[in-house]
Ligand binder design. Structure first.
Ligand code: NI
Length: 201
């Protein structure tokens, strides 16, 4: 093969590779387009209407401009919820001044027992800025659905309470525009959570 032949071959291969990348780019973007409705459904978070510890209605708009660290649970929870709320509080404290624009939020999935008064006493145990949100069963159900949080009432024969709640245990980080940023699995350490939050600050 002549030198020009080799150059032509190399150029041809380069064009073919570039075309391949371009075509696969189209295919990928088509796949992304096709998946768009599905990922819209899988979106985490969204508008909500709930009730704070003072009995006032609050919505996502009240948190615009601040990061939200959200956890869904219930005040009668014997161990998992208090542990996660403590981890959230420790993570925010570990961030020092950088953590000041984070609003920790506890949303109950047991609005029947978690009235605004009950929430007020409970959140005060964890962090001075922790907001406790409750609401009607419908309001709570809509918020839980938006964050894909599962919960259900189960009979609790081993306790003086009539029932307990099964529920997802995930901490969500939302950005200043209400956009979903990250989630933390159960058992995340305060340091790991602080690190994960710091990536976005
Ligand atoms: Ni719990």
């Amino acid at each position: 093969m002549t030198r020009n032949g080799i150059i032509a071959l190399v150029a041809g291969v380069a064009v073919a590779i570039a075309a391949g990348i371009w075509i696969s780019g189209l295919v990928i973007s088509n796949v992304e387009n096709r998946d768009a409705p599905a990922s819209a459904e899988a979106r985490v978070g969204g508008p909500f209407t709930l009730v704070n510890e003072a009995g006032e209605t609050v919505t996502e708009a009240d948190f615009r401009g601040r990061y939200m660290l959200i956890y869904f649970g219930f005040t009668f929870c014997p161990d998992v919820c208090p542990t996660e709320l403590q981890v959230m509080a420790s993570a925010i404290e570990a961030l020092g001044a950088r953590g000041e624009n984070i609003a920790p939020v506890f949303i109950t999935i047991d609005p029947e027992r978690d009235t605004p008064d009950v929430m007020a006493r409970y959140v005060a145990l964890f962090h001075p800025r922790l907001t406790g949100l409750t609401g009607t069963p419908e309001q709570v159900g809509a918020a839980a659905k938006a964050w894909h949080v599962f919960y259900r009432k189960v009979a609790d024969d081993g306790s003086s309470e009539d029932y307990t709640m099964d529920h997802s245990s995930i901490v969500f980080l939302m950005g200043p525009d209400g956009e979903y940023l990250k989630l933390f699995a159960p058992g995340t350490s305060p340091d790991k959570m602080a690190e994960g939050i710091a990536e976005f600050l």
